[in-house]
Design a protein. Structure first.
Length: 406
């Protein structure tokens, strides 16, 4: 990313550096394309954090945070694209005990209280300053229209600035097509595809599935035309969510299968399989969903954390149709979690799931014991406003009321 990108970002960087004086963990939050990763890379490349011996970059989207990750002391760990799968928030806390941790996220809600710094889009004056670096002679009225099209997003403005060359018509057309007389370089093609994907995600978040589909399809077409396989996984996952929310489950399953073929990541594969099982369950294909996840257990039998998750998902699928078998799966998940994820929030939620079935079986004393264990973990590990703590507390109250009536 060019240094020009840091128009309007000096204050943000100063806030981040200041926050590390009194905190080991700092979160930066902002929408897609606002420059979170670029700011993190700038901090890493310029060695701006005092007192750290080395910097480790973790691309959460690609690999998550491995349970085997070596945690040294007095290092800076940068977690890029954090979206909060599994119990990785607790892992961040563990890393932060003896190291600095800088996390960037788009919309993950942290259960714990960390210092958070919001990165906003540019102001009109900042956006004009950035755009004028590429188009110094552009008229103010045209510039303002361009900035509105770009939604004040710095990455989008940078791309539009490079492509437009003071041509207002190109500004207006650029998000739907690229004029043939302008040759995109490799980096610009990547940014444009990401812009299409990000726009689709924005529509997806606001439940505008028609527009989300249009932009995902446009990203797919542009990726295929430019032989950019890297982005297809994200596109197919996005399309699967569009179709699933529209109850077009067969189309969603096709997209998930394509996404599955495109990834070698265990984390992504498990997420896809879980989503496929969820759709099968909605369709009433309970046995097929079960078979899919059982097959997954065979593939990852040497991965205890994955096995714990899959057993937990199997329990969730079967809890209404076959609570006895669901309970067996929850207990198997518990065996793995108590060994590998002791005192983690997901262990607490497995306790909660077990208690739910025991309660329906009128085994209130056992249910209360599991809920009490869950409550103790969550009280220690998450903020008091965390929804999981509220759920467990309410379930514990209900069970205690049942016990008082016996």
């Amino acid at each position: 990313m060019e240094k020009n990108f840091f128009v309007g970002r000096k204050k943000v960087i100063k806030k981040i550096l200041s926050a590390f004086h009194s905190n080991n963990i700092v979160i930066i939050r902002g929408e897609a394309g606002v420059g979170k990763s670029a700011i993190c890379k700038h901090i890493m490349q310029e060695n701006l954090i005092d007192g750290v011996k080395a910097v480790k970059w973790i691309d959460y989207y690609v690999a998550g945070i491995s349970t085997e990750f070596p945690v040294k002391e007095s290092e800076l760990y940068i977690v890029d694209n954090f979206d909060g799968h599994y119990d990785d928030e607790s892992k961040i806390m563990e890393i932060g005990q003896a190291n600095k941790v800088l996390v960037n996220t788009r919309d993950y809600h942290f259960a714990n209280e960390f210092i958070e710094i919001k990165i906003d889009v540019l102001s009109m004056s900042e956006a004009k300053q950035l755009l004028s670096l590429y188009n110094p002679n552009i008229e103010s009225s045209i510039m303002e229209k361009v900035i509105e099209i770009a939604n004040y997003n710095p990455v989008m403005l940078e791309l539009l600035g490079k492509i437009s060359k003071n041509d207002n018509e190109k500004f207006i057309r650029i998000l739907s097509e690229v004029n043939e007389d302008y040759r995109l370089d490799k980096g610009e093609i990547d940014v444009l595809i990401r812009l299409y994907i990000n726009l689709a995600k924005e529509y997806l978040m606001t439940n505008n599935y028609g527009q989300a589909e249009i932009w995902f399809e446009r990203a797919l077409e542009f990726s295929e035309n430019n032989k950019k396989e890297l982005y297809k996984f994200d596109i197919f996952v996005g399309l699967s969510l569009v179709y699933s929310n529209q109850r077009c489950y067969e189309k969603a399953m096709i997209c998930l299968e394509k996404a599955r073929e495109l990834t070698s990541s265990k984390r992504d594969t498990i997420a896809i399989l879980n989503e496929m099982a969820r759709i099968m369950t909605i369709q009433g294909r309970i046995n097929e969903a079960k078979e899919l996840l059982v097959k997954c257990l065979g593939q990852y039998k040497d991965e205890p954390v994955i096995c714990a998750m899959v057993y937990n998902d199997l329990g969730g699928i079967l809890k209404d149709e076959n609570p006895e078998q669901a309970l067996e799966y929850y207990y198997k998940a518990l065996e793995f979690k108590e060994r590998q994820l002791a005192d983690y929030p997901s262990l607490a939620m497995t306790y909660n799931n077990i208690a739910g079935i025991l309660s329906t079986q009128k085994k209130y004393q056992e249910a209360a014991e599991y809920l009490d264990r869950a409550s103790k973990i969550l009280q220690e590990k998450v903020h008091k406003s965390d929804e999981r703590l509220h759920i467990v507390s309410q379930n514990l109250l209900k069970v205690q009321e049942k016990l008082s009536l016996e």
